[in-house]
Design a protein around this ligand. Structure first.
Ligand code: BDP
Length: 701
């Protein structure tokens, strides 16, 4: 009998057993995400479970309160796995509808922003979930289930929480055709073709998942947008989604193509100062708001990578953004992307966004928010924080992170990204405060798709989860987020968590090490960004080439961004620039980002740069081997399908980490003509072999 058949029979048996014996491990495919509400009997005191009584609401039912209540009932039924809740009960209530001790607890929320909630145990034994608005009750319900799901005893649950940012948004890069740009988990989750007549029930599970981590806005279409999504037939589709998501506190946003009025045949120009163009956008906004009164607004990618924009008419980003902002009025916001670099500009690409936007500080309308990528180039495994953060005190900024792993091994490689985002949001800008203090919101590029497990891999669910949690509370530690997620998603067993959490926390550094150590960047294959291609140097635009970023030659390696080079360093506040100026004293994670150094430059380890580079590649490969070994040891804690899925991906990652290491080393050697450091294994193949690999079928290009 083949292994596949045996596995299938075993899975069937397990499914039957799970039906027969409540509490036994269920067959799982990842669809339920962190909301799987696995039975609590693994360690929950009987008394404690008994405290979980029936859910009542002190406030009149609204769609959001009904959703909160039904989520609690569903969650508790599964957590208690058939045991009757026998406690005094759980009461949901808006502050204004509560009295006595409950009202006093709810009063602690005064002055807190929309969505804040309070969870407390009342003296009479009831559990109170209170808020000042309906959505706060839903967030509170999810928070209560999260505490339980993560294994916290009911008796210690006491929580008051409010979102740090008012805008917590997910950006989808799917096209109406269903293809997702940089999406590695199947096709788009949106069934545009059948909307508005059919609403995929998955849209409700999607909204539950987003609300459970506090996401309150979703941009439904790609930044490289089609003009026709602004046509009435798409507004009808959008309206159906907006109506379905409203109870979950999710506002819909659209990416608007700047040239839309012209492309849709209404005007002869898209000049933002042209009265007919301005009127068209105003009418369009009115039309959208008539259908969707809480429409969030427009996301715009303008004058970037070939997209149209105000500069096509000699106008500034501010002219363009303000024109759209005027059309929306106080009904919504314009999320104007700062990801720009120009075909005509020979300036260091890392400097261009700052150069274009910082002089416009103070010129943007109140409802314009600049959406700035975490780093100055493009979602690399590691970049220093974007110099625009902190440099535009009179402009609202929002951070854009990429949850989908375009440059970090797609969905296949296990890389937990909370440490990447934490590095950025906790970075001191040198202008007063850390990056997070300079933001009004966070937007994450989605990694969800039509795959059964939503994210392409089980561990990529953790990145979706982490992004939402950080957008709610940027002070959370990566470790806490990993722990919460893994306990809810896989197992609350302390032995399991003690292994899996450190594995997750080290995983992103491993990717940095085997792909682009010591501050290298953008060494990926052309277009699809799959695998190593440091040798590419003949593409039309200089900044498309990996060699542009490495500047590797016989004399050394790295991009000189000090005063002797592009001086990108000068875009940072003096205290920040100072910490990166001296290659001998700085944090070496950014070494070759800022400096071009000879191969024999002495690094802090005492090794010369060349052996240090090789050492880091080896460290990355070894870390992935260790991750695979850790995971193998966790088989008893994980259901069969998710265990196997993850094991198979880790095996690919082990192979691809070696490929990255070997191909990179083979190429650097062809440039520096240096022997391998003592003890280092030679690449498995010749450089020619690596260079000849081609992947016209790599996904999502
Ligand atoms: C790059 C992606 C490209 C996006 C672009 C963007 O390769 O697909 O369109 O960013 O953010 O990382 O606009």
């Amino acid at each position: 009998m083949g292994r596949g058949l045996v596995n299938r029979l075993l899975a069937l048996l397990a499914a039957f057993a799970a039906l027969a014996l409540p509490g036994m491990a269920r067959a799982e495919d990842g669809y339920d995400l962190w909301l799987r509400y696995a039975p609590l009997d693994d360690g929950m005191a009987a008394d404690d479970a008994a405290a979980l009584g029936p859910v009542t609401s002190a406030s009149a039912p609204t769609p959001t309160i009904i959703a909160a209540r039904s989520e609690l009932e569903r969650g508790l039924a599964e957590l208690l796995d058939g045991h009757e809740p026998a406690g005094r009960g759980i009461v949901l209530g808006l502050a204004r509808d509560l009295d006595g001790a409950a009202a006093r607890e709810a009063a602690t929320l005064e002055g807190q922003p929309a969505g804040a909630y309070r969870i407390a145990r009342l003296a009479d034994g009831r559990i109170l979930i209170a808020a000042q608005d309906d959505i706060g009750l839903l967030y509170g319900a999810f928070a209560f289930l999260r505490h339980l799901g993560a294994g916290e005893p009911v008796s210690t649950i006491d929580d008051i929480s409010a979102p740090a940012f008012s805008l917590r948004i997910i950006d989808h890069w799917g096209n109406p055709s269903g293809l997702v740009e940089r999406g590695y988990s199947g096709r788009s989750i949106f069934d545009w073709w059948h909307l508005p007549d059919r609403l995929d029930p998955r849209m409700i599970d999607y909204a539950r998942a987003e609300a459970s981590i506090g996401i309150n806005g979703v941009v439904v279409n790609n930044v490289n947008a089609k003009a026709y999504v602004l046509e009435p037939r798409y507004i009808a589709k959008l309206r159906r989604l907006a109506d379905a998501w409203r109870p979950y506190g999710i506002r819909v946003y659209l990416t608007a193509r700047f040239s839309a009025p012209m492309e849709l045949g209404a005007t002869g120009t898209a000049d933002p100062l042209d009265p007919a163009v301005r009127q068209w956008w105003k009418d369009k906004a009115d039309e959208i708001y008539a259908a969707i009164p809480d429409f969030g607004g427009f996301l715009v990618k303008a004058n970037s990578e070939g997209q149209p924009g105000p500069q096509d008419y000699g106008r500034t980003h501010a002219d363009g953004a303000n024109m759209m902002a005027a059309a929306l009025g106080d009904r919504g916001v314009v999320l104007w992307r700062a990801f720009v670099y120009s075909a005509e500009d020979s300036t260091d690409r890392a400097k261009q966004a700052y150069n274009e936007f910082v002089p416009l500080d103070g010129k943007f309308a109140d409802n314009v928010i600049l959406q700035v990528k975490n780093g100055p180039v493009d979602f690399q495994p590691r970049e220093p924080f974007h110099p625009m953060f902190g440099a535009m005190p009179h402009t609202k900024l929002m951070l854009e992170g990429q949850i989908t792993k375009e440059y970090l091994g797609f969905a296949t490689h296990l890389a937990f990204l909370a440490p990447l985002w934490k590095e950025v949001i906790t970075a001191d800008t040198g202008h007063g405060g850390v990056v997070a203090q300079n933001l009004v919101g966070m937007a994450g590029v989605a990694n969800t798709g039509s795959d059964r497990n939503w994210s392409g891999s089980h561990f990529d669910q953790a990145n979706w989860y982490a992004f939402g949690r950080l957008a709610w509370d940027p002070r959370m530690s990566s470790g806490n987020i990993a722990q919460e997620w893994a306990a809810q998603t896989f197992s609350r067993d302390p032995g399991f968590l003690a292994e899996v959490v450190p594995m997750m926390l080290g995983s992103r550094q491993a990717v940095v090490d085997y792909m682009t150590p010591l501050g290298l960047a953008h060494q990926m294959g052309t277009g699809h960004h799959y695998g190593p291609a440091p040798w590419i140097c003949d593409l039309a635009r200089p900044e498309w080439n990996p060699c542009y970023y490495s500047k590797a030659d016989a004399g050394g390696i790295g991009f000189d961004r000090t005063a002797t080079g592009s001086d990108a360093l000068a875009q940072y506040a003096p205290t920040v620039a100072a910490q990166w100026r001296d290659p001998k004293a700085m944090d070496e994670d950014y070494l070759l980002w800022f400096h071009h150094l000879p191969w024999d430059f002495k690094t802090q380890s005492g090794r010369a740069l060349w052996p240090e580079l090789v050492h880091r590649y080896d460290r990355g490969v070894a870390e992935v081997d260790a991750m695979a070994a850790t995971w193998a040891s966790l088989a008893p804690n994980v259901d069969e399908q998710r265990f196997e899925d993850t094991s198979e991906f880790l095996a690919i990652q082990q192979r691809e980490a070696r490929w990255w290491r070997d191909a990179s080393i083979a190429y650097w050697q062809s440039v520096n003509h240096l022997p391998l450091p003592e003890g280092a294994a030679p690449p498995a193949h010749s450089l020619d072999w690596y260079e000849a690999l081609s992947f016209p079928d790599a996904p999502a290009d």
